[in-house]
Design a protein around this ligand. Structure first.
Ligand code: KG4
Ligand code: ZN
Length: 350
């Protein structure tokens, strides 16, 4: 069973060919980072135009890499949301066109479900498991109970973790994308030299907030005067330390909630672009160990946005007979758990 996956919801154009037995036959990713860098962040119109310019060629390359033709596929899966709507439309429209010409099923995959199911492509991970999803667009703690079955324990009330890293990097003059730049700078820094707050420290619950930390860093930069390389490194280290601490603390609360609901649940998964951060991985690793949980962290290529995870989610859905009609409408918003309580309201931001 072969599925073609397409991902266009953010700033990566991607196409992949994945088999039902978990072989990844092609995994093409084209990052638009260079196109957005001059703006210091992602520009939706630039992203949509770039997806349109590159997607067909990327699909052709994926087919060539896999050594298959379009008639080899059991289904076509594309990210149907959530994301930047112009980009999502490019992927969805292309996938529908192929599905309709080849007369095979079209599957609209929730981008978050792509991340959520990705560990099952590379490891034997059974439901249920606890997932910390940390990327540029999302920061959530979810119990993954099955395909299409998610319990959201917490989400961010303001910035996603990756977004916070990107903004912090901009404040420190470190460029875009900020996460890897902060991590590099922090390597030679002292996290204790500067005092920055740990968001929501000691507060119950699993929601996140990064705006207070970001604002504190902005004030510190403004008050400090010109920054030399040493100060930049120390501030980057302090920021990374507090961000990692809050992620670990909130995940600790989620582990308690997970264990209450699933006393025998034994796996914690960390996914999303921010999961590439060594300091964050190490802290979450120690936390898992303390609680006797197995930590699964998909390799970085599968953690950041890619189409292999979309093809794989398509395979999981197809196996259950879950396909979508050709009039499926792309969704800018699409929560995985529509019943989740609202995140902490205003005023709780630390
Ligand atoms: O998952 P992803 O590729 O795209 C989204 O779906 O958002 O995540 C990209 C985000 C960016 O904000 C980037 O700064 C962050 O992940 N990131 C990192 C690191 N590598 C990427 N954040 C912290 N440390 C890193 N090493
Ligand atoms: Zn993503």
């Amino acid at each position: 069973m072969l599925v073609l996956g397409i991902e266009t919801s953010c700033d990566e154009t991607a196409a992949a060919v994945v088999a039902g037995d978990k072989r990844v036959l092609a995994d093409e990713i084209l990052s638009q980072q260079a196109e957005h860098r001059p703006f210091g962040g992602i520009v939706p119109e630039v992203a949509a135009r770039s997806h349109l310019d590159h997607l067909d060629r990327l699909i052709a390359r994926a087919l060539e890499q896999a050594g298959v033709r379009l008639d080899a596929f059991a289904a076509i899966a594309a990210t149907g949301g959530p994301g930047l709507i112009g980009g999502v439309l490019v992927g969805v429209t292309t996938a529908k066109a192929i599905a309709s010409v080849r007369k095979i099923p079209f599957i609209a995959v929730n981008h978050l479900e792509g991340h959520a199911l990705s560990p099952r492509l590379v490891a034997d991970v059974e439901f249920p498991y606890l997932l910390l999803l940390v990327s540029g667009g999302h920061c959530q703690l979810l119990i993954v109970e099955g395909v299409g079955r998610y319990v959201r324990l917490g989400t961010t009330v303001d910035d996603a973790a990756g977004e916070a890293f990107d903004k912090a990097a901009k404040l420190l003059g470190l460029g875009y994308p900020g996460g890897p730049a902060i991590e590099r700078a922090a390597r030679s820094g002292d996290p204790k030299r500067f005092g920055l707050p740990r968001p929501l420290l000691g507060k119950p619950g699993c929601d996140f907030s990064f705006s207070g930390l970001k604002a504190a860093l902005a004030r510190m930069v403004a008050n400090h005067g010109p920054l030399d390389a040493g100060a930049v490194a120390d501030m980057a280290a302090a920021f990374q330390d507090r961000a990692a601490a809050t992620l670990a603390e909130r995940t600790g609360n989620a582990i308690a909630a997970f264990r209450t609901r699933h006393p025998r649940g034994d796996t914690l998964v960390i996914a999303g672009g921010v999961a590439a951060n060594g300091e964050i991985r190490a802290r979450i690793g120690r936390l898992a160990e303390q609680h006797g949980l197995r930590l699964v962290a998909p390799p970085p290529r599968l953690c950041t946005d890619n189409a292999a995870m979309i093809a794989w989610a398509g395979i999981e859905r197809l196996k259950l007979g879950l396909t979508d009609p050709l009039d499926f409408a792309a969704r800018p918003r699409w929560p995985l758990d529509p019943h989740a309580p609202k995140a902490l309201g205003a005023g709780v931001k630390a």
